[in-house]
Design a protein around this ligand. Structure first.
Ligand code: 26Q
Length: 820
């Protein structure tokens, strides 16, 4: 088949203006005179999407014509944020479109703000997936995302007035101009049913999976544009659709209402994102979601592979599949099933291919976040997969037995089935044995994986474990979020850093330059004003912009220790009321608690109550403000991060796999106050000890401290200020109606404190004081901040993606056109 020639669309202001006007009539169906701002958003989006899809087809043609290896990223989450501005920027028509809208009498900034965030993810893991896709396209890799088209993304957070309440995120309510529904790309996905054995004449046994229920997975494509290149890749999200069988089954019985109800029941698979980011839940619907998108994606990948004329033997040369945590790990069993039951391969050959294709990224060491599925549940929902998992386990444990004869304990530790407390499938073990490479997301994290969680596997296959330190995309987190700093950098060192972030180093000779520092300070101030406006609009609180902005933005979790920051805030409050001259600051929190995570929700409530007391105390005035910005999301992050002076990265050492907010904040010239955890360690190595405030127990000190088993309360001895703070919480000083929650939280700190908030507090307070002291010397502070920016090159997602390409995928970039 010959592809039709494409007539290129104009990319200048006049041409864009025409396209937007046309789209208003042809797609939105409105006279521009009647159009609302949302209509302008839609019309503009259509004009951009036309230009992207054109490049998408050209990119595909080139990949198809050449013998490229394709990389598939399987992730349950993509935390993308707003798409219009990102697509305009990466397509290279942002300025022209802004001008076109102005000529049409519209304000660009107001228009883009109408778009809902695509919040198809919880936090770090989902945002990393979005950054990786953007970088794959920017660097010209043939890399494609697969995921779920949740109809409801991450819930919206409100405070009523202190407690978190969740509201559904109906982001598709008004339609979505960015997606291309592919009605012809529908795959049937089976659940339940049973496995039938077939005995052939040659004595071989074959299996088929039959009956049960089927639903359809339908493709929705989201083009993903590279920055400064013509490459446009694809993110394919699957939506659940009922099969026609559904109708017939009940229509014949005349039960029409039930038929329609069952239809919508089966379509609920892709209805909602599970809002848990640190605790695995054993819900049947979650398992069905995982299998649903994995089965559809693998079917699609194999179809494309054969359509392109390749054989199964070519699979490892043409295809790499990256598993984003264990959420898609059932893919290992599914590919085995397809290769054997559908394509007739023998076990050994199928297993060889599988192992060469898959690689697995781990994002957590926390036991409660590790996925396991009850064997009973898996047997019922995915009977053939359970069978295959048993066989994988059998072959694997036989191998272990040969290498470590008589070591029964080792077999138990390594088994894919956890036999303690009911039988459960360990998805991480399935992912490890099914992959040729396993990676952690920061140096410390990978070392801990090797020494603890996967120690036995590391002993078997040391060569399979590699580190790939996370990164962030400078396109969103610098160019888009911080246009003023981008311009400032452009004036001083040009624009090369946008493609090669290491080139930020060119800034180093000038970090102490007074003129440059003054400009930097002006940029920060403008960004603070932008944030102050957002804070006023969302909370009614007025904050000054001439003081230190101290920011902790991330999911709420005990191990991330928002409580440590809160104790410090309360101590500052006490010192102000005691008449001490405390340096002024604004403390900003943002982040969501999983709806079922009571402790995290209590922490939010208490922070809000403490903030309310402080913010209304006339004795405090504007020397201290504390703000919890509701509904922290990607679009809010792009306003908060450029305004930050201090970046709070204060997790208990050994618990934060990497962190990526730490990188975004440092890139925008915030100094980190942080523990030696996750990527903080590598950030310290990059920026130097003098340009970061490190404090607290190291990972091994945490282990030793825990082993001593001291009561947390003992940490209060000889610490009157800290004791007073804890007492104020437990005595309900900050609440008028909910003493119970405060008393409970106080008790928790005194008697449980599983993440050593009290033990690390003195060191933390001291680190905050070092920060205050440096902030009092603006030249020193600005030098350190600019040095942070200059040395953040390593934390570009482009470096991360190249590491994956070289260490794991063996993939090479295929740029469609040189940089424009
Ligand atoms: C699992 C089973 C059932 C329901 C939900 C889940 C689930 C969902 C999301 C478990 C974990 C997550 C998300 C984890 C996550 O975001 N981890 C973060 O990943 C970042 C990127 O590598 C790291 O920087 C962070 O340190 C890590 O916490």
């Amino acid at each position: 088949t010959t592809a039709p020639p494409l007539s290129p669309l104009p990319h200048d202001t006049e041409g864009l203006k025409q396209s937007i006007r046309d789209a208003m009539v042809r797609f939105v169906g409105k006279d521009p005179k009647q159009a609302t701002q949302r209509d302008w958003l839609d019309a503009t989006s259509f004009a951009v999407r036309e230009r992207m899809i054109e490049r998408r087809l050209l990119t595909r043609r080139q990949f198809d014509a050449e013998d490229v290896k394709r990389v598939y990223y399987l992730s349950m989450e993509y935390l993308i944020g707003r798409m219009l501005e990102a697509n305009l920027r990466n397509t290279g028509i942002l300025d022209e479109t802004r001008e076109a809208l102005a000529q049409l009498g519209q304000d660009y900034d107001e228009i883009v703000a109408w778009e809902d965030d695509a919040a198809l993810g919880n936090g770090g893991l989902g945002r990393l997936a979005a950054c990786i896709l953007e970088s794959l396209a920017t660097q010209g890799y043939p890399g494609f995302g697969y995921g779920i088209r949740y109809e409801y993304g991450m819930f919206r957070q409100q405070f009523e007035p202190y407690r978190q309440v969740e509201h559904p995120d109906n982001w598709l309510r008004y339609g979505n101009p960015w997606e291309f529904p592919r009605a012809e790309r529908k795959y049937p996905i089976r659940f339940y049913g049973e496995v039938v054995e077939h005995h052939r004449n040659d004595g071989s046994v074959h299996y088929s999976w039959e009956d049960g229920e089927q639903i359809l997975a339908m493709a929705y494509d989201y083009p993903t544009a590279g920055y400064g290149r013509r490459n446009v890749n694809n993110l394919r999200l699957w939506g659940a659709k009922a099969t026609r069988d559904f109708d017939l089954r009940y229509f014949n019985e005349g039960d029409y209402i039930r038929a329609v109800a069952d239809k919508s029941q089966s379509e609920s698979i892709s209805m909602v994102l599970y809002p848990n980011d640190a605790t695995a839940i054993g819900k049947e619907l979650r398992l069905k979601q995982e299998y649903f998108f994995v089965a559809a994606s693998l079917h699609d990948i194999l179809d494309r592979h054969t359509e392109l004329g390749y054989t199964l033997d070519d699979l490892p040369h043409q295809v790499a599949i990256q598993l984003n945590d264990t959420h898609p790990a059932i893919a290992v069993a599914e590919l085995m099933r397809l290769l054997m039951d559908r394509h007739g391969l023998h076990w050994a050959r199928a297993w060889e291919l599988c192992r060469q294709v898959f690689a697995y990224t781990n994002h957590t060491l926390m036991p409660e976040a590790l996925e396991t599925w009850p064997v009973d549940l898996m047997t019922r929902v995915l009977p053939r997969h359970m069978q295959i998992i048993y066989r994988i386990n059998h072959e694997f444990l036989e191998m272990v037995r040969r290498r470590f004869p008589g070591d029964e304990e080792r077999l138990k530790r390594l088994s894919l089935i956890d036999e303690e407390g009911g039988r459960n499938v360990r998805m991480a073990h399935l992912a490890v044995v099914g992959s040729h490479q396993i990676n952690g997301v920061a140096a410390l994290h990978t070392e801990l994986l090797k020494q603890t969680l996967f120690a036995d596997f590391y002993q078997l296959w040391p060569e399979r474990f590699v580190n790939v330190t996370n990164g962030v995309t400078p396109r969103l987190w610098m160019i888009q979020a911080n246009p003023e700093l981008t311009e400032f950098l452009g004036e001083k060192i040009g624009h090369d850093w946008q493609y090669d972030l290491e080139r930020l180093r060119a800034l180093e000779p000038w970090v102490a330059d007074p003129e440059l520092q003054q400009k930097f300070q002006q940029v920060k101030r403008k960004n603070k004003e932008r944030l102050a406006t957002l804070v006023r609009e969302r909370t009614g609180i007025r904050i000054r912009t001439d003081v230190l902005f101290d920011v902790q933005i991330k999911r709420i979790h005990e191990y991330k220790r928002q409580l440590l920051k809160l104790l410090h805030v309360i101590e500052l409050y006490n010192r102000i009321r005691d008449g001490e001259n405390v340096p002024p600051r604004v403390v900003i929190f943002g982040g969501k608690a999983a709806p079922g995570y009571q402790r995290a929700k209590d922490i939010i409530q208490v922070i809000n109550e403490v903030a309310d007391v402080i913010n209304h105390d006339p004795q405090v005035g504007d020397r201290l403000k504390c703000v919890f910005i509701p509904n922290y999301e990607v679009s809010a992050a792009t306003v908060i991060i450029p305004a930050a002076d201090l970046s709070e990265q204060i997790s208990t050492a050994g618990f934060e796999a990497s962190g990526t907010g730490n990188m975004k904040l440092a890139l925008n010239g915030a100094l980190t106050v942080g523990t030696l955890d996750g990527a903080n360690i590598e950030i310290r190595d990059a920026v130097g000890e003098d340009n970061i405030f490190i404090f607290g127990m190291t990972e091994s000190e945490v282990v030793a401290h825990r082993a001593r088993g001291e009561v947390p309360e003992a940490m209060l001895a000889g610490r009157p200020a800290l004791s007073r703070t804890v007492e104020m919480i437990e005595q309900g000083y900050f609440t008028c109606d909910d003493n119970a929650t405060h008393a409970e939280l106080g008790h928790y700190l005194r008697h449980q404190d599983p993440f050593f908030v009290l033990a690390d507090y003195p060191a933390y307070r001291e680190a905050c004081e070092r920060a205050d002291a440096l902030y009092a010397q603006p030249e020193c502070w600005n030098t350190a901040a600019l040095t942070n920016i200059a040395r953040m090159g390593y934390f570009s997602i482009d470096r991360t993606v190249r590491d994956y390409a070289e260490k794991i995928w063996d993939a090479t970039p295929e740029p469609v056109a040189p940089k424009r």
